[in-house]
Ligand binder design. Structure first.
Ligand SMILES: *[C@@H]1O[C@H](CO)[C@@H](O)[C@H](O)[C@H]1NC(C)=O
Ligand SMILES: *[C@@H]1O[C@H](CO)[C@@H](O)[C@H](O)[C@H]1NC(C)=O
Ligand SMILES: *[C@@H]1O[C@H](CO)[C@@H](O)[C@H](O)[C@H]1NC(C)=O
Ligand SMILES: *[C@@H]1O[C@H](CO)[C@@H](O)[C@H](O)[C@H]1NC(C)=O
Ligand SMILES: *[C@@H]1O[C@H](CO)[C@@H](O)[C@H](O)[C@H]1NC(C)=O
Ligand SMILES: *[C@@H]1O[C@H](CO)[C@@H](O)[C@H](O)[C@H]1NC(C)=O
Length: 344
C-alpha cells in the first residue's frame, strides 16, 4: 500500500543532471549544423520510434527486439531498461496520451526477413509515473487484422483517441486507449500501398495531427510512395474527403514532426540516411544531417522535439543504424540543438 507522500517520494527519486558538454559538428553543403551524439546502443540494436517525457528523458523502442529504453537527454547520456514485451518481436509507434502514460505498438515483424507474422499486433499501455521504481504495463487492444502497426499520434487527448498507422495494410486506425475499441479511420489511395508493392513493402508510416486555418488535418508519410500527404478530418477523426499530397519525390520518408507554427516539417529519410527540414510554404528542403553516401546517420528513423524549457527547440532523432549491413553503425539517438535558429 502506498500513501500519497510515499508515492511522491518514490516517484520523484530520479533527478537527472543535465550537463552541457562539447559537441561535434557536422556540415552539410551550405551551413554548419551541430549534431550531438546522445547515446549509441551498439551494433546489434536497431532503433525505431522515440517519444519524450515531460521530465525530458527520451523513450526509444527497438524494432529488432520488443524492448523500450529511456535515454538521458544529454551528450553521452546513459540508457536504462524500461520493459521487454515478451513474445513479440518489435516496437514501432510510441505516443503519450496523459502525462507519463505512454502507448506503444508491438508486433511480430522480423527485421531479418521483413516478414510479419499476421494476427499478433497489439497496443500496450506503459505507465511511467513511478519509473524507475516500478512501471505498470497492460494490454489495451489486440489488432489481429493488422500487420505492422507503425506511427501513432494523439487525435483527442480527453477521450483517449489515438491514430495508429498500419504500414503494410496501408490504413490509419483510430483507437480508444481507454476502451480498446478501434476501427479503420483513414483508407486513402495516398495511405495505401503502391500498385507495384511486394510482400515486404511499407506504405503509410508516420502520422501527425495539425490544425491549420481552423481545419484539422492528419499528416502522414508514405514510405513506398515517397510522399507526405494530409487529409482533413472531422470531429470523429474520420476523413472528410480525399487526401492530398503535401510534398512528393522524397526518398523513403519515415517519421516526421511539424513545428508549432506549421512552418517546417522535420523528417527522417530512411534510405538516404538524412534528417531534412521542409518549408511547408515554399517546399524547399534543407538537409540538416546525413547524406545517401555516408553511414554516420545510417537509416534515419524518427524525430521529436525536447520538452524542457532548455531543449524544447532541440530536435532529437533516432537511426536504425543499418541493422545487419556491412556498414552498420548501431542504433543511436542524436540531437540537433536549436533547430529553429538554423537559417533557411
Ligand atoms: C551481432 O550479432 C552477430 C550475429 O548474431 C554476432 O556475430 C556479433 O557478435 C554481434 N555483435 C555484437 C557487437 O554484439
Ligand atoms: C507472436 O506474438 C505472440 C503474442 O501475441 C506470441 O505468442 C507468438 O509466439 C508469436 N508468434 C510467432 C510465430 O513468433
Ligand atoms: C500509473 O501508475 C501510478 C502508480 O503506479 C498510479 O497511481 C496511477 O493511477 C497510474 N495511472 C494510470 C493512468 O493508470
Ligand atoms: C487475437 O489475437 C490474440 C493474441 O494472439 C488471441 O488471443 C485472440 O484470440 C485473437 N482474437 C481473435 C478474434 O482472433
Ligand atoms: C480500404 O479500401 C479499399 C478500397 O475501398 C478496400 O478494398 C479495403 O478493404 C479497405 N481496407 C481496409 C483495411 O479497410
Ligand atoms: C515501384 O515503382 C516505383 C516508381 O516507379 C519505384 O521507385 C519502386 O522502386 C518500385 N517498387 C518496387 C517494390 O518495385
Amino acid at each position: 500500500m502506498h500513501n500519497t507522500l510515499l508515492s511522491i517520494l518514490l516517484c520523484s527519486s530520479l533527478a537527472v543532471g543535465f550537463g552541457h558538454a562539447v559537441s561535434h559538428g557536422k556540415k552539410d553543403n551550405s551551413t554548419s549544423v551541430v549534431v550531438e551524439t546522445i547515446h549509441n546502443f551498439g551494433l546489434n540494436i536497431s532503433l525505431e520510434n522515440l517519444a519524450v517525457r515531460k521530465s525530458g528523458e527520451i523513450i526509444v523502442g527497438l524494432d529488432n527486439g520488443p524492448i523500450l529504453y529511456q535515454v538521458e537527454p544529454k551528450i553521452k547520456g546513459s540508457a536504462s531498461f524500461i520493459h521487454s514485451f515478451e513474445n513479440y518481436f518489435d516496437i514501432h509507434g510510441i505516443t503519450e496520451v496523459a502525462p507519463d502514460q505512454f502507448y506503444v505498438t508491438v508486433g511480430n515483424l522480423s527485421l531479418v526477413t521483413h516478414i510479419d507474422v499476421p494476427g499478433h499486433c497489439a497496443v500496450y499501455h506503459v505507465n511511467m509515473t513511478c519509473y524507475p521504481d516500478h512501471i505498470v504495463v497492460d494490454k489495451v487492444a489486440n489488432f489481429n487484422e493488422s500487420r505492422i502497426l507503425n506511427g501513432m499520434t494523439v487525435f483527442n487527448r480527453e477521450k483517449g483517441l489515438v491514430y495508429v498507422a498500419d504500414s503494410r495494410v496501408g490504413v490509419v486506425n483510430l483507437l480508444n486507449v481507454y476502451t480498446g475499441e478501434h476501427f479503420v479511420a483513414i483508407n486513402d489511395t495516398l495511405t495505401n500501398q503502391p500498385s507495384n508493392a511486394t510482400e515486404i513493402t511499407n506504405c503509410v508510416h508516420g502520422v501527425h495531427v495539425f490544425e491549420s486555418d481552423g481545419v484539422k488535418y492528419l499528416y502522414f508519410s508514405n514510405f513506398a510512395k515517397g510522399i507526405i500527404g494530409r487529409v482533413a478530418i472531422d470531429e470523429k477523426g474520420l476523413a472528410k474527403g480525399k487526401a492530398e499530397i503535401v510534398i512528393d519525390n522524397l526518398d523513403t520518408p519515415e517519421d516526421f514532426i511539424l513545428d508549432k507554427e506549421g512552418k517546417y516539417i522535420y523528417l527522417a529519410l530512411f534510405e538516404s540516411n538524412e534528417i531534412i527540414r521542409i518549408d511547408t510554404e515554399t517546399r524547399d528542403i534543407k538537409v540538416l544531417a546525413g547524406s545517401s553516401d555516408s553511414s554516420t546517420y545510417k537509416w534515419a528513423a524518427a524525430v521529436e522535439f525536447g520538452r524542457l524549457e532548455k531543449d524544447k527547440d532541440d530536435l532529437y532523432f533516432s537511426i536504425n543504424g543499418g541493422f545487419l549491413e556491412a556498414d552498420n553503425v548501431g542504433g543511436t539517438v542524436f540531437r540537433i540543438p536549436r533547430v529553429s535558429d538554423i537559417p533557411a
